[in-house]
Design a protein around this ligand. Structure first.
Ligand code: FES
Length: 484
């Protein structure tokens, strides 16, 4: 019996990124069939994978051991009805496999009897041939294949993954993500950086409607929004109320920058992180009932104590209620002065937004060059974190051209470079001769036409950079920039 595994699960089983896997497929180092990998092919292509090193089993054991952590345990496991449904499905699969084995066993018994019958009237030569066939079958049935333990370990790992998470594919965009623990489909999508349409996130507005194409979803939170019978009959459900029971394909709208409505909310100051006398980060917490809907790279207007200003968001939309803003201290910017001198934890800040269209082209799988000038690092940071959670870009290079405030999050950028194979960080020291620095950067990319470039800085810095990149072969439509 051949056992096939979807690519998304293969990445988790062998612990490599989707891009690395696609690279193997492209170079014919791994054979696939209809987007699936056959088990023996998987073991051939990854002979060194530690299938028995069952991280998921260990994770469950650890969770159990922290059992003070009844709450931790509950959060890490799927909703109990979803868990019961997944176990039921696994039981069905087990029963079907057992029934098939019984059938094979009956066929073999029948074959054995048939050989007995035929043998009686045959010549010595034919009897010998039949005897050889029977001996061959008996010997091979009794033999345990040398890699049986490995096969069993891979299948067991895959089964655990299936119990702990469900895979979701969105049509027509093709986005994919996993639903883990007791997340709803909406929570899991946002955590994965997929910007699905939604409004209230608690079952009132109906904005998160989606249609189930295949698989099964289960309502895990009650909702006040009423779906019509016609909607229910065609598989429409609310993503903020449902979890995925098994791997599902759904039809849903992924929002672009222009699809997101302007919002106003009162956030609380969580902390102020002063990097140096010129730049500080403001960490805000949106209300539980109204998180800010935005795309990485967008900005917001903040108001407090009679001051206000518009700043790029430095955090990823996947960070739930947390919003980070990085602000450059300027004497003519009263809000920035307030941030450095007067704001405290729990102060209330009016947030309005999101603004701007400097967002990730997530339909593009081209390698990406990020160019950040000074505090232009803020939207670039948001974009990088978003790109990481989507795992789409083939490679990402960050060039950070410091101004007087320096590379105030140098350690973070180095940590990204250490953690990701496809991420490179190149800090560039402060220089008045931006053009020479940029010319050096550009000269390292003889194949610029393959790249997307995202840049953030002052208007004049961006103009110089744009001219140079385009002159060296970057297609105009691959240049995306935002000035501050
Ligand atoms: S987001 Fe409002 S009903 Fe789901």
């Amino acid at each position: 019996m051949r056992h096939f595994l979807p690519l998304s699960r293969v990445t988790r089983l062998v612990g490599i990124s989707r891009h690395a896997l696609q690279e193997l497929i492209r170079s014919d180092a791994l054979d696939t069939f209809d987007g699936m990998v056959e088990l023996n092919e998987l073991m051939r292509a990854f002979p060194d994978a530690k299938w028995e090193d069952d991280a998921e089993f260990r994770r469950i054991t650890e969770i159990k051991e922290k059992a003070f952590g009844k709450r931790v345990f509950e959060r890490a496991l799927p909703d109990k009805e979803v868990l019961a449904a997944r176990l039921f499905e696994l039981g069905n699969e087990y029963a079907a496999t057992r029934a098939l084995l019984m059938h094979y066993s009956n066929v073999l018994s029948w074959l054995d009897e048939k050989i007995d019958e035929i043998e009686e009237d045959q010549s010595a030569e034919t009897r010998h041939a039949l005897h050889t066939v029977r001996a061959f079958i008996v010997r091979h049935l009794a033999e345990i294949p040398p890699d049986a333990a490995k096969v069993q370990a891979v299948i067991a790992q895959e089964r655990i993954l299936k119990i702990m998470s469900a895979h979701v594919t969105i049509k027509p965009s093709g986005h994919e993500f996993f639903v883990e623990s007791n997340d709803t489909l909406l929570e899991a999508a946002l955590r994965a950086g997929v910007s699905l349409n939604y409004g209230c996130s608690n079952g009132n507005c109906g904005e998160c409607r989606a249609r189930l194409i295949s698989g099964e979803v289960k309502k895990v939170h009650a909702h006040d929004y009423v779906l019509s019978q016609a909607e229910k009959d065609t598989g429409v459900f609310l993503m903020c109320s449902c979890a995925a029971v098994n791997d599902v394909v759904i039809e849903a709208n992924v929002a672009g920058a222009l699809d997101i409505q302007m919002q106003q909310l009162a956030a609380k100051v969580k902390s102020v992180e002063v990097f140096n006398p010129q730049v500080a980060a403001l960490h805000l917490l949106a209300p539980r009932s109204q998180r800010l809907r935005f795309l990485a790279g967008q900005s917001v207007r903040l108001s407090a104590h009679g001051t206000s200003g518009q700043y790029a968001i430095a955090s990823c939309p996947c960070e739930e209620r947390h919003i980070e803003i990085q602000v450059l201290r300027k004497s003519d910017d009263a809000f920035s002065e307030l941030l450095f001198s007067g704001l405290k934890a729990n102060d209330s800040i009016e947030v309005e937004g999101p603004y701007g269209e400097f967002v990730l082209e997530d339909a593009s799988a081209r390698p990406v060059i990020f160019v950040a000038f000074g505090v232009g690092f803020a939207p670039i940071k948001s974009l990088i974190q978003h790109a990481m959670s989507l795992d789409l870009a083939e490679a990402m290079d960050l060039h950070w051209l410091a101004d007087g405030a320096g590379h105030y999050q140098n350690n973070l950028c180095r940590a990204w470079a250490d953690a990701l194979d496809n991420f490179t960080y190149v800090p560039h020291a402060h220089s008045d001769d931006v053009e020479t620095t940029l010319a050096k950067i550009v000269s390292d990319y003889p194949d610029l036409h393959r790249f997307d470039v995202y840049a953030s800085g002052t208007a004049s810095q961006l103009q110089i950079a744009r001219d140079l990149f385009l002159k060296h072969g970057l297609p105009e439509q691959h240049w995306l920039a935002s000035s501050y």
